[in-house]
Design a protein. Structure first.
Ligand SMILES: [Zn+2]
Ligand SMILES: [Zn+2]
Ligand SMILES: [Zn+2]
Length: 87
């Protein structure tokens, strides 16, 4: 998997990075984990290894960046635009 520095991702620069998560369950199917939050709008969806609602949301909304939940210093950030993890 590719890893990219945040400063080199144009999507990250254009995305507000302060999202608050009220409920970490998938908005579509209610799955509790693993889930991802959209960094553009705060939508929570499940990951590709389950029902893929985070990916579906990113495609439908053109919101490129997700972060893994629960939010923690170790949670990863993925950019669909760059197809890479951001660090
Ligand atoms: Zn789901
Ligand atoms: Zn979104
Ligand atoms: Zn990007």
């Amino acid at each position: 998997m590719a890893t990219l520095s945040r400063e080199l991702c144009p999507h990250y620069a254009a995305t507000p990075v302060t999202v608050t998560v009220q409920d970490s369950r998938c908005a579509e199917c209610g799955l509790e984990a693993p889930t991802r939050v959209c960094m553009s709008c705060g939508h929570v969806g499940c990951c590709e290894s389950t029902n893929g609602h985070a990916t579906a949301h990113a495609r439908e909304s053109s919101h490129p960046i997700i972060r893994s939940l629960p939010l923690a210093p170790s949670s990863f950030i993925w950019c669909y635009g760059c197809n890479a993890y951001l660090k």
